[in-house]
Ligand binder design. Structure first.
Ligand SMILES: Nc1nc2c(c(=O)[nH]1)N[C@H]1C(S)=C(S)[C@@H](COP(=O)(O)OP(=O)(O)OC[C@H]3O[C@@H](n4cnc5c(=O)[nH]c(N)nc54)[C@H](O)[C@@H]3O)O[C@H]1N2
Ligand SMILES: Nc1nc2c(c(=O)[nH]1)N[C@H]1C(S)=C(S)[C@@H](COP(=O)(O)OP(=O)(O)OC[C@H]3O[C@@H](n4cnc5c(=O)[nH]c(N)nc54)[C@H](O)[C@@H]3O)O[C@H]1N2
Ligand code: SF4
Ligand code: SF4
Ligand SMILES: [Mo]
Length: 876
């Protein structure tokens, strides 16, 4: 028990500041923010504790304490402090309000020399150091939230000055990743951003919580808007995924929503040109063709769209048009993860949660460039490492995480299976395995031991390029970990042996008992905002909503009872097989919801396949490269303009809420799909997305307890088997779906892509992403992110550049056996000699002209991560 301003209060732990705030007593602060460590130096939060003046933010609560917060002595201190602040700076915002509330008008002390430095070198951030009150919140936010350490203070006392970089640079000359964490904590607007500035002149009238629609991390946004305009986006501080933090895309890349290029009316091809048409005409054409061509139709769903929309698309294909020819971009992404994990542990999804990143003592990152592709996860991994976790990275490139790792296994692209087998071999050989776990919960240890015996790291080093002692070191770190956690990305899946590599990652965790408990687990970093959801909803040719098996009569009966229609039993085509079918004339009408296959799928058979279709329908928010080839284009609504849910990579189903109205005649995708279902003889009873979710819950056991009413706040992690169930942060705690997990044995099979002429194509091309742009780029290219990056760059090692005579910034031609692409050379030690890396965010680069038609042996995912190429100079 303590008293605050004479009022008794129950408090026994925490700081005086926390106790005061809990009691609703306002104590002013300048250098304090819950998101970072305590400052304790600004003295704005002084209170009286049993007669002594102490800072409330650092002084712990003591039982029996008497706290005064607004005594005459404190008022005088505060006013004096505020006068000093105003003498040396011109704060705005919250800091100005604190000074004014203290009664300061800035006239008592002579003004000190001002800091007139400005920085507008970043498209979003703005520095005006005359406003800096030296609270150091930006320094702490950059270091402790983002892990970037861009800011520093130089000089002491009154001479202390905020510097950007150690020696005073511009933001664009530093490692700044434009995440905005510094601006979000700055109390004086010395560090601010263009959206905060806009909010001053265009005050928001409402705030809507929703889910970011870029990557699969699923950060929670607070969108501040007025009328039909977004003013500013902040991270939701109560959100368990991002704790208020966001990356440059989630926080700033929203300009696409009101971009003039948005599709605002349906388009219909007439005489070779796409022309505006009425909804009635466009929908009529689609409905007529899909009814007439029944048996020769297919649908491709969008992982950018909501669960409810994905559910409707596959229901339309199955219940409405009688076909299982439905797939989604998981095919070109993490389908191998789902396939590999299902075979070994029984469920194709993350076994634990993002919160386990902070509990793990060893984190293994395989083929994932998390700081760029999943920036909030990347930042959380960096903080975990700063707090003492050990980090191992398996990646042919020296990514930001690789540079930070205890060990970076810099393998040759395409040799995952060999390296992972070598790690397994050492774990078994040196007996670093969890026998109790293996004995109770797995099968196949003996076979695995015999199989990997031939993969000792001393024998595999030549193939992988990774020295044996590094492999042994990693195996020992992993084998001795108490809480071994792994995440993986496309460097594992987008290969000929993608699914099989995932199976080996599962083995790695199973051998050390690292599944089914806190701080441990196998966590694919699912790519798209809702790719987990698209798969959960059944947007794949062989599994129904909730992974119901097509050949299970009981499952089919459940669907037929709800749908009132038969469920087709023959598995459908995967995406690459759809193209083949089109070329053979077996597929005549293709419906594509939000996926830009022309830019993002390997081009080998696309042109011919799309050309062979009688009807290509694309439902989009922009005229993507694929939409340009469509016969009918239907304008959908972006995530900011509709309601629904997305499911992130930790199986967390979260709400998407409408903030704006769709532009022009554009409509929410679910409405368009309902209209098409009605027009093709399959009318639906749904008034809105929440009713669709209710039906999903009737079909998918893992969703049985999910309804919109239960998704307020942080949502729920499936399985949620019953209405009162709290969700499941950790899978497989006591058993696997098949009882025991099946340890997998995988032998290395070199990719057929390497059977080419090595002399003509001596380099190995890896394709992938950068932070600033998102996949086909329709959205990020229509934001100021283009001021950060405006082209695809080819990363090339200095040795290779020298051998080829290529200079930094020079345009070069990349040639593969399949095609060619031009890009700007970036000479960098991030790649190893012999390997080059290219992104695919700009259509003019045509990166996917280079990629082969080799796919993962089990899951049909294209091998985007390995292509033999050569580089040619374009100028002499
Ligand atoms: N900024 C941004 N974020 C995104 C996206 C985006 O386009 N931009 N896209 C989203 C999507 S759809 C996805 S799926 C995720 C993808 O996220 P990531 O999987 O992290 O992304 P990538 O850059 O494709 O590839 C990851 C890493 O694999 C490595 N790699 C290549 N070959 C090999 C190999 O043989 N072995 C190993 N071990 N590693 C290899 C590459 O060097 C690269 O660093 O990102 C999502 N987030
Ligand atoms: N070379 C190479 N190619 C790759 C990869 C690689 O690593 N290398 N990665 C592959 C991977 S992992 C993936 S996931 C794919 C991604 O490839 P895509 O799925 O084609 O790319 P996205 O840019 O995510 O978005 C698809 C489209 O959805 C639209 N869209 C966004 N929101 C909505 C909405 O609410 N409604 C509607 N109707 N449309 C919307 C966007 O405008 C965009 O055109 O690319 C693959 N391609
Ligand atoms: S934007 Fe992010 S990375 Fe850049 S200085 Fe601010 S906190 Fe650091
Ligand atoms: S990390 Fe992913 S989900 Fe979070 S703000 Fe960035 S793009 Fe959005
Ligand atoms: Mo992806």
């Amino acid at each position: 028990m303590i008293t605050i301003d004479g009022r008794p209060l129950e408090a026994s732990a925490g700081t005086l500041l926390e106790a005061c705030r809990a009691a609703g007593v306002e104590v002013p602060t300048l250098c304090h923010d819950d998101r970072v460590s305590r400052g304790g130096h600004c003295r704005a939060c002084l209170v009286e504790l049993d007669g002594r003046v102490v800072p409330a933010c650092t002084t712990p609560v003591r039982p029996g304490a008497h706290v005064g917060t607004h005594t005459p002595r404190l008022e005088a201190y505060r006013r004096d402090l505020a006068e000093l602040v105003l003498a040396e700076s011109s704060p705005r915002g919250r800091a100005r309000a604190v000074c004014e509330a203290a009664g300061a008008d800035g006239s008592r002390y002579p003004k000190l020399p001002r800091d007139d430095r400005h920085d507008a070198s970043d498209p979003y951030l703005r520095l005006d150091l005359d406003a800096c009150i030296k609270c150091r919140l930006c320094v702490r936010a950059c270091g402790e939230i983002q892990g970037q350490f861009v800011y520093a203070f130089r000089g002491r006392g009154a001479d202390a000055r905020l510097t950007v970089g150690p020696a005073g640079l511009r933001l664009d000359e530093t490692d700044c990743v434009s995440c905005g964490a510094c601006a979000s904590v700055c109390p004086s607007d010395a560090v601010t951003d263009v959206d905060r500035q806009r909010a001053l002149v265009l005050p928001p009238t409402r705030t809507v919580r929703t889910t970011c629609a870029y990557c699969g991390v699923g950060c929670q946004l607070e969108v501040h808007a007025t009328d039909d305009t977004i003013v500013q986006i902040e991270g939701a501080r109560s959100a368990s995924v991002n704790h208020g933090h966001l990356c440059v895309k989630g926080r700033y890349a929203h300009g696409f929503a009101r971009h003039r290029d948005r599709l605002t009316t349906p388009l219909v091809r007439r005489g070779g040109r796409l022309e505006p048409a009425s909804w009635d005409e466009a929908l009529g054409i689609v409905a007529e063709a899909f009814t007439r061509l029944r048996g020769r139709v297919a649908g491709l769903s969008s992982s950018r769209c909501t669960n409810e929309e994905n559910y409707l698309l596959q229901k339309w294909m199955r219940a409405g048009l009688g076909t299982n020819h439905v797939d989604c971009c998981a095919r070109v992404c993490h389908a191998p993860t789902a396939a590999g994990m299902r075979r070994v542990v029984g469920t194709g999804a993350a076994t634990s949660s993002l919160a386990d990143l902070e509990r793990a003592d060893v984190i293994l990152v395989s083929g994932s460039n998390a700081t760029e592709a999943h920036p909030i996860v990347g930042a959380r991994i960096k903080q975990a490492v700063l707090a003492g976790a050990r980090l191992v990275v398996i990646d042919p490139r020296r990514t930001e995480l690789a540079a930070l790792a205890d060990v970076h296994l810099q393998l040759r692209p395409g040799t995952n299976v060999v390296l992972l087998d070598a790690l397994l071999a050492v774990l078994i050989e040196e007996d670093l395995v969890d026998h109790a776990f293996l004995g109770a919960r797995t099968r196949g240890l003996e076979a695995l031991s015999a199989h990997v015996a031939t993969y000792a790291p001393e024998r595999t080093a030549r193939l992988t390029g990774v020295p044996a002692e590094q492999v042994r070191r990693v195996a020992r770190l992993w084998g001795k970990a108490r809480r071994p956690l792994q995440v993986h990305g496309l460097g594992i899946t987008e290969h000929y042996q993608g699914s099989e590599s995932v199976m080996l990652l599962c083995d790695l965790s199973l051998l050390v008992g690292g599944v089914g408990r806190p701080g441990a687990g196998i966590n694919p970093l699912r790519g798209q905002n809702n790719v987990q959801g698209a798969a959960d909803m059944g947007c794949q040719p062989d599994l129904l909503t909730g992974y119901g098996a097509l050949d299970d009569a009981a499952v089919r009966a459940r669907f037929e009872a709800v749908w009132g229609r038969p469920v087709p039993t023959t598995p459908g085509w995967t995406l690459p097989r759809m193209y083949e079918a089109a070329r053979r004339g077996e597929l005549s009408a293709l419906f594509i919801l939000g996926e830009d296959v022309v830019q993002t799928d390997p081009s080998t058979q696309l042109d011919e396949a799309l050309g062979a279709l009688e009807l290509l329908v694309v439902q989009e928010i922009f005229l993507s490269e694929t939409a340009k080839r469509a016969h009918v284009v239907l304008p959908g609504a972006s995530f900011l303009e509709k309601d629904g849910t997305f499911t992130n990579g930790e199986r967390r189903v979260q709400r998407v809420r409408r903030v704006l109205s769709p532009p022009g005649e554009a409509r929410p995708d679910w409405q368009i799909l309902l209209e098409l279902m009605a027009r093709t003889g399959c009318p639906q009873p749904f008034a809105g997305p929440s009713e669709v979710m209710d039906e999903i819950g009737r079909l998918a056991p893992a969703f049985a307890g999910i309804s919109f009413a239960r998704l307020e706040g942080d949502g729920l992690q499936w399985p949620v088997p019953a209405p009162g169930h709290p969700g499941t942060p950790i899978l497989h705690e006591t058993s696997f779906p098949g009882g025991r997990a099946e340890l997998a044995c995988v032998a290395f099979a070199p990719s057929p892509v390497l059977g080419q002429d090595d002399a003509a194509f001596p380099l190995r091309l890896v394709t992938g992403r950068v932070l600033e742009h998102y996949n086909c780029g329709t959205m990020t290219r229509r934001t100021d992110n283009v001021l950060l990056v405006d082209h695809d760059a080819l990363e090339l090692h200095p040795d290779d550049a020298a051998a080829l005579g290529v200079a930094e910034g020079e345009r070069v031609r990349v040639v593969s056996p399949y095609g060619q692409a031009d890009a700007v050379a970036r000479v960098t030690g991030r790649v190893q000699p012999g390997t080059v890396f290219l992104t695919f965010h700009f259509p003019e680069t045509r990166t996917n002209q280079l990629v082969s038609d080799v796919t993962d042996r089990l899951a049909d995912c294209p091998e985007y991560k390995l292509t033999p190429v050569r580089i040619e100079r374009l100028q002499e």
